[in-house]
Design a protein around this ligand. Structure first.
Ligand code: FAD
Length: 288
């Protein structure tokens, strides 16, 4: 089913993100995590895509399993930075063969050692990939967006103009980068509306599991930390069970606020941890 149709249902949409195995021997572990996550009946499950290859083939396999074995709509991530246009056509054909109808189409991070970028044989931006997928037809397309601006972009206004162009190229919905400050999300949502970006925007929420993970994620994404969040991490960073419990409480509070303010949907970055997703779903069960 197209995610754009799921999002028209009118209710609150909760979806999960998982990542595929990095090596063949890790495949069963990911399958087991997906099985447990599927029991929570999210509206869809997305599967990330390794920009530099390696895990790429598994994205399609895990996505197909989500649909065929668990009866849940899958969203396959696809990035274009490390593949030629012909390779992208071959990957999208493979996704179609496996019955995947939804693609989160992105550029991917440019590898530091990539002296060839931009390469005329590759798509340069996500909007170019999206145009190609739309031209081929038959896919519902999602795009990535950044409530605090993409890390490479000089300012929010330029980023929003680029986002509007990306949506005009054929995005049916957007999913945000993780954020810890709901005020930033609400400001972003208002700015999108003012720019005429009218597709559903799903809010990306990540429950904190450990302090080093948060530092790494924030360095990569530029997501800012609220004073409340920073205090929490500082206080509990030496006590992993306490930090996990506090992190789940923080994510739950963010979600309640998003639901109260009519967010189009929430995409939970599960990090393949079903017990964390289960706790969060339990915490908001009466709100769904
Ligand atoms: P783009 O939309 O192409 O934007 C990249 C930069 O170029 C931005 O600064 C933008 O303002 C600018 N830009 C865009 N279009 C134009 C234009 N026409 N002219 C000039 N400038 C332009 N990465 C992975 O490798 N695998 C994943 O599975 C993955 N999943 C993700 C899921 C989500 C929800 C999010 C938010 C990100 C994910 N990423 C993933 C990370 C993503 O690949 C990076 O953030 C990447 O740096 C940008 O990708 P994009 O599709 O947003 O790029």
């Amino acid at each position: 089913m197209y995610i754009s149709d799921i999002l028209k249902n009118g209710g609150l949409n909760i979806s999960f993100e998982v990542f595929p195995p990095k090596k063949t021997e890790m495949f069963e572990g990911v399958q087991a995590a997906v099985s447990e996550l599927a029991k929570l009946r999210p509206d869809f499950i997305s599967v990330t895509y390794g920009a530099g290859g390696g895990t790429s083939a598994y994205t399609a396999d895990i996505s197909a399993e989500i649909q065929d074995k668990h009866g849940i709509t899958a969203l396959s991530h696809l990035t274009c930075v490390a593949s030629t246009k012909d390779e992208i056509d071959a990957i999208s054909a493979k996704l179609r063969e496996k019955g995947i109808e939804n693609i989160l189409a992105m550029r991917g991070d440019i590898p530091e050692d990539d002296k060839d970028f931009p390469n005329p044989q590759h798509f340069r931006y996500a909007c170019d990939l999206i145009s190609r997928l739309k031209e081929k037809g038959g896919f519902c397309i999602g795009g990535a967006c950044y409530p605090e601006g993409h890390i490479e972009c000089p300012n929010m206004e330029t980023d929003l103009n680029n986002l509007r162009h990306k949506v005009d190229c054929g995005c049916d919905f957007l999913i945000t980068q993780l954020f810890f400050d709901n005020a930033a999300f609400f400001r972003f949502r208002d700015k999108c509306a003012a720019k005429g970006i009218n597709v559903p925007i799903l809010a990306g929420i990540m429950p904190v599991q450990n302090a080093s993970q948060i530092k790494r994620m924030c360095a990569l994404s530029g997501a800012s930390l609220t004073p409340k969040f920073t205090k929490m991490v500082e206080k509990y960073q030496g006590d992993p069970p306490a930090l996990l419990q506090a992190g789940i409480a923080y994510a739950t509070e963010q979600m309640v606020d998003l639901i109260s303010n009519d967010a189009d949907g929430i995409h939970v970055y599960t990090m393949n941890k079903p017990h964390i997703a289960a706790k969060i779903m339990e915490n908001i069960s009466a709100l769904l």
